[in-house]
Design a protein around this ligand. Structure first.
Ligand SMILES: Nc1ncnc2c1ncn2[C@@H]1O[C@H](COP(=O)(O)OP(=O)(O)O)[C@@H](O)[C@H]1O
Ligand SMILES: N[C@@H](CCC(=O)OP(=O)(O)O)C(=O)O
Length: 377
């Protein structure tokens, strides 16, 4: 049975309130909630989810669905017996399963004469401005036409290095993309526990208000069909919080309650001050094209004094990058301490390393990364 807030004595929080009244909601449904190894796609479960989503839309909210399950739905039709582990077979399964998945959502929402649009996205689509804007426009137009967008990763073009892999992060980025007021993650587990509930003895956590509420929480791996497990859900909740979006993590079997009064699951509060769109992009969406290595004084200046990065504190550049690219800032031991938009090309910067501003030509005296373009990690 699902744990509810009344089971744990809570009477609802501002995050829960914000989620239950949100005008624009992204609902992400994990593979574990939609598919089984033996039977593939479970259309009965899909119908119950579509019922809950349709009800929320009729109550006046716009909903974007992020649906996993393509790989899970492709296993049985290809005669495979377990979830593939190599990329090529995963991609083949996703290509077969995505067709079935989109068709199943179309049939399910068709019961309400609701049209479905399939939107497949890659990490690159969030990193490139033009792609980002076009995806935003497509999702917005689908909404204004009364259709429901069903988003998934564009699995067949993903590479081992450049892919979301699990859809929790994709869902949080979509929430930012569409300016959502709430993100609902539906899984096979009814919320967050302080340890993996499959191991027994774990305590349910109804609310996460600050990162201290996560102290001591062990985020375990996922099931046989899911990918990221609890760690990827916590990372997605953090990402959504930065975008100012509260998150509800609940069981897909509780979808009606999760999308209704929001009394089930774990509610994660958003950050009181959301990151600016530019800083959100630098931190979460853009690819780092290269990096610069800082001496310990520069690490202190950037991390503690929140200063701009000057050439004097840089000891080396790594990779080839151009002015305007996002780069990583690493400490003397190679740990990434921040990300930011660099003002110079790497070739230009190589001649400036370790030199104080006064020693540089007038056109090279701007900070290497301005404090406004820098996000500490
Ligand atoms: N601390 C935790 N709290 C809740 N669930 C956890 C925790 N650690 C591991 N899990 C497991 O994470 C699983 C959900 O992750 P995953 O299988 O990736 O789901 P999905 O397919 O919905 O993305 C659950 O089945 C649960 O057993
Ligand atoms: N794009 C993949 C999603 C991978 C996946 O397993 O995601 P999730 O179930 O959210 O952890 C698919 O549709 O199978």
């Amino acid at each position: 049975m699902a744990a509810t807030t009344s089971d744990v004595g809570g009477s609802g929080s501002s995050a829960r309130q914000a989620i239950s009244t949100a005008r624009r909601v992204v609902v992400k449904i994990g593979s574990s909630a939609l598919t089984s190894l033996a039977g593939g796609l479970d259309t009965g479960r899909l119908d119950l989810l579509a019922d809950a989503i349709e009800e929320r839309m009729r109550a006046g909210s716009d909903v974007v669905v992020v649906s996993s399950g393509a790989i899970g739905a492709g296993i049985a039709p290809l005669g495979l017996t377990k979830r593939p582990t190599d990329l090529a077979t995963k991609q083949a399964a996703a290509s077969v399963g995505q067709l079935a998945l989109a068709h199943a959502w179309g049939t399910s929402f068709g019961r309400y004469q609701r049209t479905v649009g399939q939107v497949l996205l890659s990490p690159d689509d969030f990193a490139r401005r033009a792609h980002h804007r076009n995806a935003q426009r497509t999702l917005d137009r689908l909404r204004s036409l009364g259709a429901v967008a069903v988003v998934n990763e564009n699995d067949t073009v993903a590479t081992a290095e450049i892919r979301f892999g699990d859809n929790d992060r994709l869902a949080a980025l979509v929430a930012h993309l569409v300016g959502a007021d709430a993100l609902v993650l539906l899984s096979d587990v009814d919320g967050l526990y302080d340890g993996d509930p499959r191991k027994g003895g774990a305590a349910f956590i109804p609310e996460v208000r600050t990162s201290e509420d996560l102290d001591g929480v062990i985020a375990g791996t996922g099931g046989v069909l899911g990918t990221g497990g609890m760690a990827s859900k916590l990372a997605a909740a953090r990402l959504a919080a930065d975008a100012g979006v509260p998150v509800l993590l609940a069981a897909a079997s509780d979808a009606a309650a999760a999308l209704g009064e929001g009394t089930v699951g774990t509610a994660f509060a958003a950050r009181p001050e959301r990151l600016s769109a530019r800083k959100f992009w630098v931190r979460h969406a853009a690819d780092a094209r290269g990096s610069v290595r800082l001496d310990s004084g520069a690490v202190r200046a950037v991390s503690q004094r929140r200063s701009s990065l000057l050439a004097a504190g840089i000891t080396a550049t790594e990779g080839r990058f151009y002015g305007g690219d996002v780069i990583a800032l690493t400490g003397p031991d190679g740990t990434v301490v921040a990300r930011g938009i660099v003002a110079y090309d790497s070739t230009e910067l190589d001649g400036m390393l370790g030199r104080s501003t006064g020693e540089l030509a007038a056109e090279l005296q701007r900070p290497v990364v301005h404090a406004d373009d820098l996000v500490r990690l």
